[in-house]
Design a protein. Structure first.
Length: 315
C-alpha cells in the first residue's frame, strides 16, 4: 500500500537555512505536499488562471524589480490578491528586502515569508530535488537490500528462507547492507526505485539463533549504506524437484513495484548451495545485460549456428 507524504515547512527552513521574515500563526503545522515550486510572474500582472496555490512561491530579482517600479497602492493591490490564495510560503531569493506592502499583506492573510541569499534558480532547483525525494511514492516490502558490485539487489522470499544469512555472507565478502527485514522503496523517477531501511531498524540484522547484530559496529562503517537504487530482485525459494527452473536465462522475468519493472531472478536453494556467490554472479550478469551483453542469447545463437552448419551432414 502506498502512502501520501508531506514535508513540514519548518523542516524545509532548517534544511536550507532559510531566514524567517514573517511566520504565520500556523507556521509549525504547515506541510508541503507538492514537489513543484512557482515564480509568480504572470500573477503579479494580474493573471491568476491556472494558478496553483499548493506550491511554494519564489520571487527573485526579476519579480521584485518589477513590483518595485509600481506605485505603492499598486503593490498593495497585487500583494493583497496574491496572498489571498494562502499558499504555504513565499521565499525571497538573493537576500532582497521585502516591500513594506508585502509584509502588510502577509500579516493580513497570515502567510509565511522566508528569505535566502541564494540565487533564485539555485534555491528552486535544490528545493525541488529535495522535495522529489521526500514526497516520492513509496511502499514497504519484506526483504533484504544489499549493494553487490554496485548493483542494488532486493532479496525476497519466505520468512526463514535464508535472506539475512545470505546478507551476512555478502558483508564478509566486502559488499554493503542497506536494509534487513523491511525495505522502504521510493519511486524517484518514472523508471527508478530507491530503497532504504526504516530508521528504527537501520544497520541491524536479525539472525535466527544468534539474535540482533549491529552491522556498522561488527563489520565497520564501510559495510553499510543509507540507500541504493534497486536494480535487481532475487526471489529465493526452496528447491522443489517437481518444479522446472530456467536453465538458460533467455526468458527474462520482471517484477513490478510502484509501476516500475525490475529484472527478477528466481533462485532455488538446497543445503550447501553458496547463495552469496550466486548473488555476486547475478549482480555481474545484470550489469552485463545493461551494458548490452547477454551471455544466454550469445550461447543460444552459437548453438543455432552450429546446428545450421551441420544440418544435412552425415554423422
Amino acid at each position: 500500500m502506498t502512502d501520501t507524504y508531506s514535508v513540514l515547512l519548518s523542516q524545509l527552513v532548517k534544511e536550507f537555512h532559510l531566514d524567517i521574515v514573517y511566520a504565520s500563526t500556523d507556521f509549525a503545522s504547515i506541510r508541503i505536499t507538492v514537489e513543484d515550486m512557482a515564480r509568480p510572474g504572470l500573477q503579479l500582472a494580474g493573471y491568476f488562471d491556472h494558478y496553483e496555490p499548493m506550491r511554494l512561491q519564489v520571487m527573485g530579482n526579476v519579480e521584485m524589480s518589477y513590483v518595485t517600479k509600481l506605485a505603492s497602492w499598486e503593490r498593495s493591490a497585487i500583494y493583497d490578491r496574491l496572498f489571498s490564495y494562502k499558499f504555504p510560503a513565499l521565499i525571497i531569493a538573493r537576500g532582497i528586502t521585502p516591500h513594506p506592502e508585502m509584509l502588510t499583506m502577509a500579516k493580513k492573510h497570515n502567510v509565511t515569508i522566508l528569505s535566502t541569499t541564494e540565487p533564485t534558480s539555485t534555491i528552486v532547483s535544490t528545493i525541488i530535488t529535495y522535495l522529489k525525494a521526500a514526497l516520492a511514492p513509496r511502499i514497504t516490502r519484506h526483504g533484504v537490500l544489499a549493494e553487490v558490485y554496485g548493483e542494488g539487489i532486493l532479496l525476497t522470499g519466505d520468512s526463514g528462507i535464508g535472506k539475512s544469512e545470505a546478507a551476512v555472507e555478502l558483508l564478509k565478502r566486502g559488499h554493503r547492507l542497506i536494509a534487513d527485514d523491511a525495505v522502504e522503496i521510493r519511486k524517484v523517477s518514472t523508471n527508478s526505485l530507491v530503497g532504504t531501511a526504516p530508521e528504527l531498524i537501520r544497520n541491524y540484522i536479525e539472525l535466527r539463533g544468534i539474535g540482533i547484530i549491529n552491522v556498522a559496529k561488527l563489520f565497520g562503517m564501510g559495510a553499510i549504506k543509507l540507500e541504493n537504487e534497486i536494480n535487481l530482485v532475487v526471489d529465493i525459494v526452496a528447491w522443489n524437484k517437481n518444479q522446472a527452473y530456467d536453465r538458460l536465462g533467455l526468458d527474462e522475468q520482471y517484477t513490478e513495484i510502484l509501476g516500475v519493472k525490475i529484472p527478477k531472478y528466481t533462485i532455488p536453494i538446497t543445503p550447501g548451495r553458496n547463495l552469496a556467490v550466486i548473488l555476486e554472479v547475478a549482480a555481474m550478469n545484470n550489469r552485463q545485460k545493461k551494458m548490452g551483453y547477454n551471455a544466454a542469447q550469445e550461447f543460444t545463437d552459437q548453438m543455432n549456428r552450429h546446428f545450421e552448419e551441420h544440418t544435412g551432414r552425415n554423422p
